[in-house]
Each structure stands twice: as C-alpha cells, then as structure tokens.
Design a protein around this ligand. Structure first.
Ligand SMILES: NC(=O)c1ccc[n+]([C@@H]2O[C@H](COP(=O)([O-])OP(=O)(O)OC[C@H]3O[C@@H](n4cnc5c(N)ncnc54)[C@H](OP(=O)(O)O)[C@@H]3O)[C@@H](O)[C@H]2O)c1
Length: 333
C-alpha cells in the first residue's frame, strides 16, 4: 500500500471490512491488529507491509491521545469493542529525545504512564500487547551487546520514561511483549538517514558523531518481523510462553559516522544529488557535539533471545539502508 492511501485512511489499510471469519489462502483466520502511532515510522511501515492474513487498523493521535490520561481508557475500550483486535501494537511514543529534557511531564505521560493503561485495558479483553522500547534504557558503559538480563540505567528523560513504560506494560498485561529496538529509520517522517541526505545535498562538509555505536534498524524490517512474531503467537497453543522482553535490532553495528558514510556512499552510487564529498564526512566526538539529552556510547543489543524464540534472523543494517534508499528513489512514501 502506498503512503497516500494511508494518509487518506489512517484508520485502515483497506482490509478492515473483512469479517472475523474470513480466511486467507492457507485457511488462517484473518487476524486483526490495532496499532497506535499510525502516523509514525513504524506505524506506517506496519500498514505498508501488512500481509494478507492480517488486518491492520491504525489509530492516530486524534483517535487516541496518549497524552490525555482522562479519556484514554474509555476511548481505547470503545475502539477495542468496535474493532475486535487479536493484538494491540503500541508504536506511539514521545520520541523527541532532546525535547523530552524540557517536556518531562509530556514525555513521562506518553511513554511512561499511558502504555500501562493501554496494556491494562487490553488485558481486560485478554488481548496481548506488543510494546516497543529502546536501547536508551541502558547507559552504554558495557563493551559487549546488552542482553535482556542486563541492568538498565537510562541517561535521559526519554530513556527513563521508556523504561517506566516497560514496567507499566509488564505489570498491566501478562500477555505483553516488550520489544527494544534502536536507531529506527524509514522512508517516512524524520530520521537520521533522511537528515543526512538533506544535509549532504546542501553542504560541502559534514561532521558526524563517531563515538556512539549501535544498530540502525529499518522500520520495514521491524514491521515484517512483528508480523512473523504475531504468526507464531497466533498459531501457538500457549502464547503466554512468549510474553516478556526481547531485543529486536538489525544485524551488525556501526557509529553514526559509519552509518552516514555508508548511506551517503550508497546514495551517491544510486544517483542521488549530493554536494558533500565522502571524504568530507568528518568524525566528531559526542563531547564536540553536546545535546540536551545524553546518549549511550554503546547501544548494541543482543538479539539471541528473539532468534531462539521466534526463529528470526535479523537483516544486516546495510540491507535496510539500501532498501530505504531505493524506496526514496522510487518515491515510495
Ligand atoms: N525512532 C527511533 O530511532 C527509535 C529508536 C528506538 C526505539 N524507538 C521506539 O520505537 C517505537 C516507534 O518509533 P517511531 O520511530 O515509529 O516513532 P515516530 O516516527 O516518532 O512516531 C511516533 C508516533 O507516536 C505518535 N504519538 C506521539 N505522541 C502521541 C500521543 N500523545 N498520543 C498518540 N500518539 C502519539 C506520533 O503521532 P504524531 O504524528 O501525531 O506526532 C507518531 O505516530 C517507539 O516506541 C519508539 O520509542 C524508536
């Protein structure tokens, strides 16, 4: 599906008229997913790659405002009764990491408190919730990739609010899955990849942070992987065995500088109009580029648990970059 139809009909991918008894070619009952954050990178990717055995129903901020705790539960309850979803995917979040330092209350409400209420309402209907979180729950002091068992220690308001959201969702719903990801990019919205393409077209030189390491993760891969996980949950006799915390990032790792160099080199080869020569993409340290919110220097996440439980092999981050560049070139957004 293309972006236009998503924008025109934010609540549906056009398949929401299917009856609950409808089946796909493999005789699977069509499984309806209710998705918050329908206008975000992940929300839109989940709509765009919704497979035939799923039925996507997206909720925008206008449909369900996670910043308004007084109406949240009643509104969500009404949506659940109208849509009758099999799963709820909470992709909505306050994601402005630096701004969160000065909008603490808003970030805390949307990321820390509201997800718990969403999870608790879902639990009343025995609906599992998949809730997305972040590598920013860690302080980045470890040298190896973080596992789900590692202690958290967020450095920012955003990280602390997302960690509070993890606890709230887990407490509110026994069927919840918390999915921590990192450095999300796509053809949609605002992200590092699109910022680099814009700046690379405008400037003769760029300085990019080289001492923060992580895995740039494509929202398209996150969406496809989410549907694969939902299939496992749908087909399982014991879906509760899958509840818990998972790290869900692309394979490989790099620094922001390595990421910028790679994506700009690829973009140049694909014919994007760029002004900056690759050798003028310069390294700088986090100390040279101070931001209101501190970021972990090492944000790599170990995805073994995801691979073992769901049989999922993460795609390499460079594959995701190539894919998004191709989509941008073909104006698939
Ligand atoms: N982006 C990253 O690099 C990154 C990294 C690690 C983890 N994550 C996590 O991954 C998930 C998906 O991120 P994303 O990149 O898709 O985020 P995004 O593109 O910034 O989208 C955020 C979505 O949340 C919605 N939202 C914000 N405040 C809301 C509110 N008060 N009520 C209802 N909806 C609200 C936004 O709606 P509007 O369009 O109306 O603002 C938008 O649809 C989030 O949980 C995020 O924390 C993201």
């Amino acid at each position: 599906m293309n972006n236009e139809s998503q924008t025109d009909h934010p609540e549906t991918n056009g398949r929401s008229q299917l009856s609950d008894n409808m089946t796909d070619q493999n005789n699977h009952k069509t499984c309806r997913v209710l998705v918050t954050g329908a206008t975000g990178q992940l929300g839109r990717s989940l709509a765009a790659c919704c497979p035939p055995d799923f039925d996507y129903v997206g909720l925008t901020r206008q449909d369900l405002d996670l910043g308004d705790l007084s109406t949240l539960q009643t509104k969500l309850q009404a949506k659940i009764e109208a849509v009758q979803p099999s799963f709820i995917l909470n992709t909505a979040a306050y994601t402005a990491v630096d701004q969160a330092e000065s909008e603490v209350e808003q970030a805390w409400c949307v990321n820390g408190v509201a997800p718990g209420l969403v999870a608790a309402v879902a639990a009343r209907y025995q609906i599992p919730i998949l809730h997305y979180s972040t590598d920013y729950v860690f302080d980045g002091q470890k040298s190896d990739p973080y596992t789900e068992a590692d202690p958290t220690n967020p450095l920012s308001v955003y990280g602390r609010s997302k960690l509070a959201g993890e606890y709230a969702v887990t407490a509110g719903n026994d069927l919840s899955l918390i999915l921590r990801t990192s450095w999300v990019f796509s053809q949609y919205g605002h992200n590092f990849l699109k910022t680099m393409l814009r700046l690379g077209a405008e400037r003769d030189t760029l300085a990019v942070v080289s001492d923060q390491v992580g895995a740039p993760t494509s929202a398209h891969w996150l969406a496809q992987t989410t549907y694969a996980m939902l299939r496992t949950l749908r087909d399982s006799q014991l879906p509760t065995q899958y509840a818990g915390l998972y790290h869900m990032t692309a394979g490989g790792h790099t620094s922001w500088h390595g990421y910028a160099q790679y994506l700009l080199t690829q973009a140049q080869e694909m014919g994007f109009e760029l002004r900056v020569p690759i050798d003028q993409v310069l390294m700088q340290t986090s100390a040279q580029y101070p931001t209101p919110a501190a970021r972990p220097l090492m944000g790599r996440l170990d995805t073994t648990r995801l691979q073992t439980a769901f049989g999922i092999e993460p795609e390499h981050w460079q594959t995701g970059v190539q894919d998004v560049l191709m989509r941008l070139q073909k104006c698939e957004f």
